[in-house]
Design a protein around this ligand. Structure first.
Ligand code: GAR
Length: 196
C-alpha cells in the first residue's frame, strides 16, 4: 500500500455505457484507501464519459491514434499518479508497454467463465449469444490480470450462475452484470489492499 493518507489511484478504461465504471466510482467514493482518479475511453460518444462527469471524475478520450504516442499516454497516467488500471468493457488490446509499466496491476472483467467464450470479438452480447448457442448449463464472470492477449491473463476470481433453457442473451446479460457489479470492485479492492 501507499503511505498513510495517500490513496491508491485507479484509472478506468471503458468503451461503452460504463455501468461497471459507474459502480466503481460509487463503491470507491469516499473510500479510505482507494479512489478512481481518471476515466479513459477510446470512444468519444461512450456513455461512460457522462458518468465520469456525474461523479466529478476527470475523463479523457484516447482514440486509436493517440495510443501510438506511448510517451504522451504514460505521461497522462503519471500526471494523475495512477497506480493501477481497471478495464470495464474496454474493447481494445492493451499495448505491451502499458502492461510493463503496470505489472500485475491491470484488471479486466469478462462476462463468461474463461477460458471459455473469450478472445478477440468476444465481448458483451456476443458472449451471451455464444453461451446460449453452445448449450452450456452455467455461465458467469471472470476477473483476471491482463496480459498481451485478449482474455488470457491469470484468473483471480470466478463466480457462476445457471443458464436457463428459456434464457435470451439479453436476460443472461442482465444477470451476469449483476454479478459483475457485486464482485468486481471488491476483488480489485482485495487485490490492491493485500499487496505491499
Ligand atoms: C461488461 O459486461 C464486461 O464484462 C464486458 O463489457 C461489458 C461492459 O458493460 N466486457 C467484455 O466483454 C470484455 N471482453 P458496461 O459498459 O455496462 O460496464
Amino acid at each position: 500500500m501507499k503511505n498513510p493518507g495517500q490513496k491508491y489511484r485507479l484509472a478506468i478504461l471503458a468503451s461503452g455505457g460504463g455501468s461497471n465504471a459507474a459502480n466503481f466510482m460509487d463503491y470507491f467514493y469516499d473510500h479510505p484507501k482507494i479512489m478512481v482518479s481518471l476515466v479513459v475511453s477510446n470512444n468519444a460518444s461512450a456513455g461512460v464519459l457522462e458518468k465520469a462527469s456525474a461523479y466529478g471524475v476527470d475523463s479523457r478520450v484516447l482514440a486509436a491514434p493517440a495510443w501510438e504516442d506511448k510517451h504522451a499516454v504514460l505521461a497522462l497516467f503519471d500526471s494523475y499518479g495512477i497506480d493501477a488500471i481497471v478495464l470495464a468493457g474496454y474493447m481494445r488490446l492493451i499495448p505491451g508497454w502499458l502492461i510493463h509499466k503496470y505489472p500485475n496491476k491491470i484488471f479486466n472483467i469478462h462476462p463468461a467463465l474463461l477460458p471459455g467464450f473469450g478472445g478477440k470479438g468476444m465481448y458483451g452480447i456476443f458472449v451471451h449469444r455464444a453461451v446460449i448457442q453452445s448449450g452450456a448449463k452455467r455461465t458467469g464472470i471472470t476477473i483476471h490480470l491482463v496480459n498481451e492477449r485478449y482474455d488470457e491473463g491469470p484468473i483471480l476470481f470466478q463466480e457462476s450462475i445457471p443458464v436457463y433453457p428459456d434464457d435470451t442473451p439479453e436476460r443472461l446479460a442482465r444477470r451476469v452484470q449483476r454479478l459483475e457489479h457485486k464482485y468486481y470492485p471488491i476483488v480489485v479492492e482485495e487485490e490492491v489492499c493485500s499487496r505491499k
